[in-house]
Design a protein around this ligand. Structure first.
Ligand SMILES: Nc1nc2c(ncn2[C@@H]2O[C@H](COP(=O)(O)OP(=O)(O)OP(=O)(O)O)[C@@H](O)[C@H]2O)c(=O)[nH]1
Length: 367
């Protein structure tokens, strides 16, 4: 399965592969029972060779199932089944089966073939089988060819098989098209449900699931992570003085700036209106504080503007490490408490406090 496929595509692909494997198993069981039955009938009609050949094909289907049960290799299971069934049909055409009715079983092949393989492989195998049939029909004197077919039968056999194959091809192509459309729609809905519309970054829902994943990783491996809860200072003033559009523009410009400051492995999400949360994997509290401080400094020196009007923007942030909290709820609660402290002590600052170049520090570092 291609790793580059989006999540929903991979899930749909995986589910379909599992279903094809289940259906293949059932078809193999049915095929084995059927071949054993027809083989027995041939045996009692004194067609001993035909009976042994049919039983051998039943045994091959059984062996293919056993191999799949032992290895779980789905593509080997599919290929094995296609090879066995193709060989069985070739045998039925060459020998005519019982009373020259063998080729009629070829009608089962197109739907099965397109279901088990791709449209391209299915078409190639069908063309191969039709070519074998055409050779057998054209040269009845070839070695091993024991069947003889009437001209009427040959013409009707080919024309009906041709129409059946085209019909199955179109049905399968339509099914695949509809499936791919649905998966694409599911992808875009899923992406929309995880993305903040204004800024294009993760939304709260997506961040909550990322936090949960990171927390599980922390519990499993002990790898620490930190978060920074950021709030734009006095953002209401920007809305009130320059308008809501200016506020929106500031949110977008802040997002771009924050993304240029954080590492690729860090994730920023819009946590609420003018609140953002940065998840910093494999990052200690001190490293997270340094990052938050750098971002604060970048924001305070950045020229935010809307329609050539400069807008004063600063941020406050509460930073916390999972090592200091132990649970996700506690982590978020502490980050929120630190953010509240940063606001209370004058805004444009990070809490817990760190030494900065442009900021006198009234309080010692609390870690
Ligand atoms: N333009 C815009 N404004 C928003 C959006 N979401 C929330 N806001 C505004 O953000 C403002 C937040 O104001 P407050 O909660 O009072 O906080 P503040 O003015 O930032 O003050 P402090 O947080 O105490 O520094 C409100 O006026 C909201 O309407 C948005 O998507 N776009």
């Amino acid at each position: 399965m291609p790793e580059s496929l989006p999540f929903n595509h991979r899930t749909a692909f995986e589910q379909e592969e599992a279903q094809v494997a289940r259906v293949s198993n059932w078809l193999s069981v049915m095929g084995m029972l059927f071949l054993t039955g027809i083989g027995s009938k041939a045996w009692f009609s004194a067609h001993f060779t035909h009976a042994w050949v049919l039983w051998s094909f039943a045994a091959l289907l059984g062996a293919n199932m056993a191999y799949f049960a032992a290895t779980g290799n789905r593509s080997a299971q599919k290929s094995g089944m296609l090879v066995i069934v193709s060989a069985l049909f070739a045998y039925l055409i060459v020998t005519g089966g019982e009373n020259n009715t063998g080729p009629l079983w070829l009608y089962v092949f197109p739907p099965l073939l397109f279901y088990l393989s791709s449209l391209r492989v299915g078409t190639a195998v069908l063309i191969l089988c039709a070519t074998i049939a055409a050779i057998v029909f054209a040269f009845p004197g070839l070695p091993m060819v024991t069947a003889e077919y009437h001209t009427d039968f040959k013409i009707r056999f080919f024309s009906t098989l041709f129409f059946e194959s085209i019909f199955c091809y179109v049905l399968e192509a339509s099914r695949l098209k509809a499936r791919n459309e649905l998966v694409k729609q599911a992808d875009s809905l899923e992406r929309a449900a995880r993305t903040d519309e204004l800024t294009g970054i993760s939304n709260r829902r997506d961040m909550q699931s990322r936090l949960q994943t990171e927390f599980s990783r922390y519990q499993r491996t002990g790898h620490h992570f930190s978060i920074a809860l950021i709030d734009l200072d006095l953002f209401k003033n920007i809305n009130d003085s320059a308008g809501h559009d200016a506020g929106d523009e500031v949110l977008k410009q802040f997002t771009d700036l924050a993304q240029s400051v954080i590492r690729q492995s860090d994730v920023i999400a819009r946590w609420g209106g003018e609140e953002f949360l940065i998840l910093l994997p494999d990052t200690s509290l001190l490293q997270a504080l340094a990052l938050a401080e750098r971002l604060r400094s970048e924001v305070s020196s950045h020229n935010f503007e809307f329609r050539d009007t400069p807008l004063p923007v600063t941020i406050s942030a509460g930073v916390c490490s999972i090592a200091k909290s132990g649970t996700l709820d506690e982590l978020l609660r502490q980050a929120d408490a630190h953010l509240y402290n940063a606001k209370e002590t004058g805004r444009n600052r990070i809490a817990p406090r760190v030494r900065t170049y442009d900021h006198p520090l009234p309080e010692p570092i609390e870690t």
